[in-house]
Ligand binder design. Structure first.
Ligand SMILES: [Zn+2]
Length: 138
């Protein structure tokens, strides 16, 4: 829930444009899709790669995970060559995807006191861990 709340904050700051939403629409021929794809980054593991790709897709940036199962050959090839990769399906959305991913990986640091139970909350959280009250608006 906290990750979703943080993601909603990211989307409020960087909303997907109507042009990007239209890019999801009609399916393109496979050859055109291959030329338009661009590698965004590598992820330290498959769980994070899948989470990031899902969040980017929900933000209107179609993203796929490549090299999902390459970790099984680590040791036979350099380990950095086996990390899962995130690929943006439309190269025109590359910069927007990078901005969204950067915001996701660097959540804002907050320090606030819960108005109900007076617990001090430190970190990117928007909800009191003790009683569940939402962070008050600034
Ligand atoms: Zn509280």
């Amino acid at each position: 829930m906290k990750a979703l709340a943080a993601w909603r904050t990211v989307l409020d700051k960087h909303p997907p444009s109507a042009v990007r939403a239209s890019a999801i629409g009609p399916k393109r021929p496979a050859c055109e899709t291959l030329h338009a794809m661009k590698r965004l980054t590598t992820a330290p593991n498959l769980a994070l790669a899948t989470l990031w790709a899902d969040l980017l897709c929900h933000a209107g940036v179609p993203t796929t995970v490549q090299r999902q199962y390459a970790s099984s050959i680590a040791g036979e090839v350099p380990p950095d060559q086996t990390l899962p990769e995130l690929w943006v399906q439309d190269a025109e959305q590359f910069e927007h995807a990078g901005t969204l991913l950067h915001a996701l990986r660097n959540p804002p640091h907050r320090h606030w006191a819960c108005p109900r139970c007076h617990e001090v909350i430190d970190g990117p959280f928007e909800q009191c861990w003790n009683c569940g009250v939402a962070m008050p608006a600034c």
